[in-house]
Design a binder for this molecule. Structure first.
Ligand code: AVJ
Ligand code: FE
Length: 439
């Protein structure tokens, strides 16, 4: 048998790296030097730290691990080690000034593109199907989402220009409120997706009892009814730690919302606007999501339930890469890639429906699930423990589906994100579920 042609894989890797770099450039090119070095929030790094960290990871994994090259600037590795320095302390590190950081990441990238030309994309697991190149493109895109969060937290006039609005949702009102997902086994995770990260592996059978899942993400309008019904003042709906967070910080609405007389307004990338009732709610913590669900007489879906609804095709009894099938996402399927800088109204993207008719599982907002971030049976850390393994346990909750801010390269039916249940600055919303009687 002849080896598959590596050229399409190489082109795919180049395209993913180039797309990521264009986004990194626009997120770091629209504010001045002072703002690149500033701490916009103790929850976030200075933008210039993300920039050079992107280049440093690329150097470590592609030039050094894949290419066997010596370090270009060994003295900076520790500055850009995310485990050595928590985010709130990064502003006081000896950071590369913006101009130097730009030169460094461009130098690394030039050498990486040369290396990619001559690297056989098979043999060792690190290069098989271009994995390390895909992993580094995903890493950069994840930091591009992180940098967009920093832009959202930043005070002052808008720095990002408003792109075209996302599509409307003409048939939203005609959809059933929930969809029944049959109980039984399905294939969770993957052993075949070439650029899937370690925590998505391996594929394994998982059984879930029958359940109902919301057709759409919970909207701002629905969440407002929870607020107006006194949701934030009634401890019945809250877990003890969630109630504690509400009391300590005086929470009464999602992050970035403000009541002005009788209307709610929200700040979005430096511009205030009325809260759009038909948009998925976002900037709520896992505790707020769980409290809303309890108030609604429902619960958050487990991670396995979410993935079954997103991937399981009941007719052949097979799991697909995305809700709509195995094809890579197009702009018709989902709101991804910072094209619109906001979620679309609930009910948009009918072309992205799952076989059972669940909509907007991919894109728009990350969706909190009920589940802790745990390894799948047979998990092996690859290529480094610090990507996922060190985060496994009960401290972090899993989010699924990706937001408008994440690129398709780092979003698929198996992709797992995680965060602390108190986090509110991430582009996260949720949908709700309930048990069904076994038939
Ligand atoms: C998967 C989004 C939780 O940002 O902490 C970036 C991704 N890992 N650099 C994070 C990541 C290392 C990670 N999340
Ligand atoms: Fe990183």
């Amino acid at each position: 048998t002849t080896a598959p042609d590596p050229e399409p894989l190489r082109r795919r890797a180049v395209a993913a790296l180039v797309t990521a770099r264009e986004r990194t450039r626009s997120l770091t090119g629209c504010v001045d030097e002072h703002e690149l070095l500033a701490q916009h929030s103790p929850l976030m790094s200075p933008l210039v730290w993300d920039l050079a960290h992107i280049g440093n990871q690329e150097e470590q994994w592609l030039l050094r691990a894949v290419g066997g090259r010596a370090a270009l600037r060994p003295e900076i590795d520790s500055v850009y080690d995310a485990f050595e320095h928590p985010r709130d302390r990064r502003p006081s590190l000896p950071l590369l000034p913006p101009a130097e950081a730009r030169c460094y990441v461009a130098d690394v990238r030039g050498r990486v593109l040369d290396l990619l030309e001559t690297t056989p994309l098979r043999g060792a697991p690190l290069v098989e199907a271009g994995f390390a190149f895909g992993m580094i493109a995903q890493h950069e895109q994840q930091h591009d989402e992180t940098m967009l969060i920093t832009h959202q937290l930043r005070r002052g006039p808008a720095a990002l220009t408003a792109p075209e609005p996302p599509p409307a949702a003409p048939d939203a009102g005609l959809l059933p409120e929930e969809v029944l997902v049959e109980g039984g086994p399905f294939t969770m995770g993957t052993s075949t997706e070439p650029w899937a990260l370690d925590n998505e592996r391996p594929a394994h059978l998982r059984s879930v009892p029958p359940f109902f899942l919301d057709t759409l993400p919970v909207s701002n309008g629905a969440y407002l009814r929870f607020i107006e019904d006194g949701g934030y003042t009634d401890p019945r709906w809250w877990l003890p730690e969630g109630w504690e967070q509400v009391r300590t910080h005086g929470l009464g609405a999602p992050l970035f919302w403000r009541r002005e007389g009788t209307v709610w307004v929200r700040r979005r990338f430096g511009v205030e606007e009325p809260v759009p009732p038909d948009e998925p709610v976002m900037h709520v913590s896992w505790y707020e999501a769980a409290a809303y669900a309890a108030w609604a007489g429902r619960r958050l879906p487990t991670e396995a339930e979410w993935e079954k609804a997103a991937r399981h095709d009941p007719v052949p009894g097979r799991s697909r890469r995305y809700p709509w099938g195995d094809a890579d996402p197009t702009p018709e399927h989902a709101n991804l890639g910072q094209r619109h800088l906001r979620p679309a109204p609930v009910g948009a993207y009918a072309a992205g429906d799952s076989p059972l008719g669940v909509r907007q599982l991919i894109g728009d907002v990350w969706e909190w699930t009920a589940s802790d971030f745990l390894p799948y049976p047979g998990f092996r850390a690859f290529p480094y423990r610090e990507y996922s393994e060190v985060f496994f346990g009960s401290a972090h909750k899993v989010l699924r589906g990706g937001s408008f801010a994440v690129d398709p390269v780092a979003c698929r039916g198996t992709f797992r994100n995680w965060d602390l249940p108190v986090r509110r600055q991430i582009f996260a919303g949720f949908r709700t579920a309930r048990d069904a009687e076994p038939s």
